[in-house]
Design a protein around this ligand. Structure first.
Ligand code: MSP
Length: 640
């Protein structure tokens, strides 16, 4: 029977379209899954979407959609993206799947029945974009330590999970199993920053919104999104159902890949839940680094995101996948730039791999009418080539076990570069001049196709479509010559007829392409140049801005987005209606100093005359934050 192997990615929030940073985790998981399949494992590769929670509920409301309609449209887009990136997942779970919801409710009930979950009251700070609770001392400058955004004070009757009870067992597990949490630096982070500081029980239900899995025995509560989301790794396998054969077969997971900012949830909360359920822990959690742009994390609110579908369309999915796993040491942060991407495509793919293949095929066509056999004579360089292949095959396999993808690729490219050098050393074009050297020439070309065959197999986990093109050009049809074990044997090709095809990776004109990409990736900038002419200081001074102080505020009836407030601007008091009710309660709004546009023509909103506008900044989630003076200053002060 085949050995099983279970690999997971985090499940993605469908609140945004995914960027190239998101696809990094999935491409890595796909490379592992494909590699293990090639090595004969029965693989389960799980990915999916994390669809509940307040953030999604708010986004849906803003778009006037039901949460379900909202997530459905994005989930289809995500599935399309994975298809274009050749992601070979075996299962795609959605936390809105009815079966997932049922099992989450059962898990919650079981933990409650055995007193791992209890009812109490939560008062504290919550970051909605991260769906995370924080204590006062965890905040950084009063803001969310993970994303830097405002947190909200919430007070609710809540259920709590006895996380603190598992603290010592978690510490022991991490210390006794050095492979459990990788890379090693993540172990120190978790132990020193969280586990040894002391764990508090975790609030695992919410009552202030409804978009989630209801607690079966207390329906005004919905299950905390992280408890809901983390459970996906076992609900997808039919855990706690009568059809749990996948759970029996695949659990515990062999490796769960996560980005570094969510290691905390996976290395503390998730194992504690599993301990409480009496289940085995995953064998490994691997916390990879971020793909960053100009030193910062790629993020929609900063506006530096790169859309993977544009890149895939221009260069093909294999090139993008190659770049992601080659450029960055898995576990560390790595920079993304269009320049680095195109340079790698040109040097590693077009020059090294593409040229090796096209030169070899062209020479076989030219010197042997496309046909070669294993009857040639060995050259003096063959022994070294074979040894290089043997060593690098071993090193590549070892790197794959450790998830050192960039090293694995480096070892494959050592072989490719050695083969290119072999062409220079053996100079087939000189051998071809003398018919006496026919056997030698045949031997050289045979060594080259053997090497390319082996490379073609080794790149498959990373570049699923290129091997097929290579084998077509080499005329290799037998499955025996393309399966993994055949890379350990050099010289298997007996007779082949090659056929030249398209360039595997056409060279790209770097400068032209960078310009073209910039125009596509930042159309806003381009159109700003054309459509937004600059204004003069006189134009600007037409807008009168003053500091105001909110002295009262209430919700506008039947308009859940609007607050109507009295704003004191010097000696004057104005009524202003603002679309910020989703982001500020009337209570927290009162007392704030705000920036008001005072010479805006009054407008009637829901029957109320609004005499001005309060300025806000908007992030990529459409959330609004008022702009406040940096130091205390009297209301009525002019802004210039
Ligand atoms: N929904 C949670 C995960 C729940 S798992 C039970 C979540 N979703 S996410 O959509 O925000 O992120 C999904 C994955 O993408 C995470 O592993 C995250 O680290 C990864 N990345 C998002 N931006 C990234 C980069 N810029 N670079 C590398 N990976 C990044 O978190």
């Amino acid at each position: 029977m085949k050995k099983s192997f279970y690999v997971t990615t985090p499940i993605y929030y469908p609140s945004n379209k995914l960027h190239i940073g998101h696809s990094y985790t999935t491409v890595a998981a796909d490379a592992i899954a494909r590699y293990k399949r090639l090595r004969g494992y029965d693989v389960m590769f799980l990915t999916g979407t994390d669809e509940h929670g307040q953030k999604i509920e708010r986004r849906a409301l803003e778009e006037d959609k039901s949460p379900q309609e909202f997530v459905d449209s994005i989930v289809d887009w995500i599935k399309d993206l994975w298809a274009t990136m050749d992601i070979s997942y075996d299962k795609f779970i959605r936390t809105t799947d009815p079966e997932h919801k049922e099992i989450v409710a059962k898990i919650f009930k079981k933990l409650y029945d055995q007193d791992d979950i209890y009812k109490s009251e939560y008062e504290g700070l919550y970051c909605t974009p991260c769906e995370s609770f924080f204590t006062e001392h965890q905040l950084v400058n009063g803001k969310c330590p993970d994303c830097g955004r405002e947190v909200e004070r919430v007070k609710e009757e809540s259920y709590f999970f006895r996380l603190s009870k598992y603290q010592d067992r978690l510490i022991k597990h991490i210390e006794d199993n050095p492979e459990f949490l990788m890379p090693q630096t993540r172990q120190n982070e978790m132990l020193n920053n969280f586990l040894k500081v002391g764990l508090e029980d975790l609030c695992v239900s919410r009552t202030s919104f409804t978009w989630g899995v209801p607690v079966s025995f207390d329906e005004k509560h919905v299950v905390y999104v992280w408890l809901d989301a983390l459970s996906n790794y076992i609900t997808a396998l039919g855990y706690m159902t009568d059809h749990d054969k996948d759970f029996k077969k695949y659990w515990p997971a062999n490796v769960q890949l996560v980005g570094k900012e969510i290691v905390r949830f996976h290395a503390i909360i998730w194992p504690a839940i599993l301990m409480a359920l009496g289940e085995e822990l995953p064998k490994q959690i691997f916390g990879h680094g971020w793909l960053i742009i100009n030193g910062g994390k790629m993020s929609k609110s900063i506006g530096n995101v790169v859309d993977p579908s544009i890149l895939v369309e221009r260069y093909g999915s294999d090139a993008i996948r190659y770049f992601l796993l080659r450029e960055v040491a898995f576990g560390q942060d790595g920079n993304f730039s269009n320049n680095a991407l195109i340079s790698r495509i040109n040097s590693d793919l077009a020059n090294d791999l593409g040229n090796l293949t096209s030169r070899t095929v062209a020479m076989i066509e030219k010197y042997f009418n496309g046909q070669i056999t294993n009857k040639g004579h060995a050259s003096p360089f063959d022994a070294h080539v074979k040894q290089t292949i043997k060593n690098n095959v071993e090193l590549m396999e070892d790197s794959m076990e450790k998830l050192f993808f960039n090293n694995a690729l480096e070892h494959i490219w050592n072989i490719i570069r050695r083969l290119n050098k072999y062409i220079d050393e053996t100079t087939p074009w000189i051998l071809a001049k003398d018919p006496e050297n026919k056997e030698k020439l045949m031997g050289v070309l045979h060594t080259l196709v053997e090497g390319i065959r082996i490379v073609g197999i080794m790149i498959e986990p990373f570049m699923p479509t290129t091997p097929k093109k290579i084998f077509e050009q080499l005329g290799i049809t037998s499955a025996k010559l393309t399966q993994w074990d055949s890379i350990h044997e050099f010289g298997l090709i007996k007779k082949i007829s090659v056929q030249k095809g398209d360039n595997l990776f056409p060279r790209i004109d770097l400068e032209k392409e960078l310009e073209a990409l910039e125009a596509i990736q930042n159309p806003a900038k381009e159109s700003e140049k054309e459509e937004e002419p600059s204004i003069t200081i006189e134009d600007f001074s037409k807008v009168k801005l003053k500091i105001g102080e909110v002295i009262s505020s209430e919700k506008v009836k039947k308009a859940d987005k609007l607050l109507v407030s009295k704003i004191k601007i010097g000696s004057e008091i104005r009524t202003i209606v603002s679309g910020i009710a989703k982001f500020y309660s009337p209570e927290e709004f009162v007392g704030k100093k705000v920036v008001v546009v005072t010479n805006l023509a009054p407008v009637k909103l829901r029957g109320i005359i609004s005499e001005g506008m309060i300025l806000c900044a908007e992030n990529d989630q459409g959330e609004l934050v008022t702009i406040a003076p940096e130091k205390d200053i009297m209301s009525g002060s002019t802004i210039k």
